[in-house]
Design a binder for this molecule. Structure first.
Ligand code: UDP
Ligand code: MG
Length: 327
């Protein structure tokens, strides 16, 4: 059941940026154009704005953001004290706009996601939806490897009962109350894609086609992709721990059966024991144990990090255009 249609929101578009100097001006120009046209036809309020979050870039990204803020009344900049990673940068941006907006859209700086979908997202918001997922129609612009690994990952997550919208990255709209709810999840190891569906409220999807990156290179090399996948699994479910217990149980049963078999062979006088079977079983058991310890260790590590309650990020600076936004 949807609530009443809503009036035009004060919208913030949050863009995490890490070493995006090659694409920043294009990104600014495109998003600004879109925002202005949405203001013009009264889809959003006139005081809607863009927030660029500089995630500890080592290039001129922050200088470009500062310049953009001084030249444009609809641009704000948030500087983190160091590189914290995409998810933390995004959370920092969301937290910064939380009090002042009716709705927020998050999008990557490379604009691989179709910005025209934002208009549809706002329309869905106005129709009463609180969460609007940007969902890719296909993955043709991805490499074969990225496509296959992503599909495998979604299937793996689904098999462990984690609700997640397929082919949706962090391109989405959140209403003020959905955003507030999301920010109440105070875990250090936040996997936003897994948390948003847990927030509830009325949600819908907007389909779009994702293009290739225009400039700069992906800030998500295989190492970071694997880390995000690991984060996603271990921060959302304890099923891997259960699987280990199940595996251990299975192996115990197997060893009882083997023991019975060995005893029978012994009494029937057929005792040819090669070292190979022993060595093989030692290796196998060693492998299983190491793997199990590794998975358990991963969770214990998480508990350790969570108990410290360390801050997820530090804001160094929040800049706004003084002329227009004096608060
Ligand atoms: N990003 C970030 N911090 C990081 C890595 C990436 O803020 O440590 C930002 C990056 O600037 C971009 C978004 O996260 O806006 C997604 O990165 P990218 O487009 O490189 O990922 P891909 O599309 O290749 O998965
Ligand atoms: Mg990208």
């Amino acid at each position: 059941m949807l609530t009443q249609p809503r009036s035009a929101p004060r919208l913030a578009i949050v863009v995490p940026c890490y070493n995006e100097e090659d694409i920043f001006s294009y990104c600014l120009q495109e998003l600004k154009g879109l925002l202005e046209s949405m203001v013009q036809d009264a889809t959003v309020q006139a005081d809607s704005f863009l927030l660029f979050v500089n995630d500890g870039s080592r290039d001129t990204t922050w200088e470009q953001i500062t310049k953009a803020v001084s030249e444009n009344r609809c641009v704000q900049g948030l500087k983190l004290s160091r590189n914290e990673g995409h998810q933390s940068a995004l959370l920092a941006g969301l937290e910064a706009v939380n009090v002042s907006v009716d709705a927020v859209v998050s999008i990557d700086a490379d604009l691989q996601d179709d910005i025209n979908a934002i208009r549809q997202m706002v329309e869905a918001y106005r129709a009463g939806y609180d969460v609007v997922y940007g969902v890719r129609e296909n993955r043709q612009t991805d490499t074969w490897f990225k496509r296959t690994s992503a599909e495998g990952f979604y299937r793996l997550m689904a098999s462990m009962g984690i609700k997640q919208v397929s082919n949706h990255a962090d391109f989405r709209l959140l209403s003020h109350r959905a955003l507030g709810a999301l920010l109440r999840y105070s875990e250090r190891n936040a996997y936003i894609r897994g948390l948003v569906p847990m927030v509830g409220f009325a949600s819908t999807q907007v389909l779009y086609t994702r293009s290739a990156r225009l400039a700069g290179e992906s800030k998500y090399p295989l190492r970071k992709m694997l880390a995000l996948a690991m984060e996603g699994i271990t921060s959302m479910t304890v099923i891997p721990l259960r699987l280990i217990a199940l595996l251990g149980f299975g192996i115990c049963i197997l060893s009882i059966v083997t023991a019975v078999y060995v005893v029978i062979r012994k009494f029937t006088g057929n005792v040819v024991y090669g070292w190979s079977s022993i060595v093989l079983s030692i290796f196998f058991m060693g492998g299983v144990q190491m793997l199990s310890l590794g998975v358990i260790g991963e969770y214990i590590g998480k508990i350790y990090l969570e108990t410290k309650q360390r801050p997820r990020f530090h804001v160094e600076n929040l800049i706004k255009n003084e002329e227009t936004d004096p608060q």
